[in-house]
Write a new protein. Structure first.
Length: 154
């Protein structure tokens, strides 16, 4: 992927895959009773800003790349006993949960909810879920005719 003449490519991707919301899921999924059902299941991932900077610069672009961490305050009203599970079960953990057969899915869910509650305790504000995001904006250099363009696969 490369911006056309005068073009701009902007992207944002999650960068929180080393957070407990993901590491705990991976650790549980690696347990033998679950692993047999989860072989080959997609796991979300992305790259660091420096990777996007390197690859897009090599493709002939001027690049700004950065990251930020948002502090999502989940369930400030205190009505959901597992707000982080509610969040991740609709996003990154969904393929794992869908792949497990009935019975095992419920066991996994109980263990995962418990681990997430310990990792993300409730505060006066609610349950705080740090959420790192990676951003990059690539602009094609002026006068670049596209000779030697690369396909970008980050």
């Amino acid at each position: 992927m490369r911006p056309g003449e005068g073009g701009v490519l902007a992207l944002t991707v999650p960068g929180n895959f080393d957070e407990p919301s993901h590491t705990l899921r991976r650790e549980l999924a690696d347990r033998p009773r679950y692993a047999a059902h989860l072989d080959g299941i997609a796991a979300p991932s992305s790259h660091d800003p420096a990777d996007y900077l390197r690859v897009l610069t090599a493709a002939g672009c001027v690049v700004d790349a950065w990251e930020t961490t948002y502090l999502h305050v989940l369930d400030p009203a205190g009505t959901d006993p597992d707000p982080v599970f509610t969040w991740v079960s609709a996003t990154g953990a969904r393929p794992t949960l869908q792949a497990l057969p009935e019975g095992l899915r419920e066991e996994f869910t109980v263990e995962f909810r418990d681990a997430l509650r310990r990792a993300y305790p409730r505060s006066e504000a609610g349950v705080v879920l740090p959420f790192r995001r990676v951003f990059a904006v690539a602009r094609r250099r002026d006068g670049d005719d596209g000779a030697g363009a690369h396909t970008v696969r980050a």
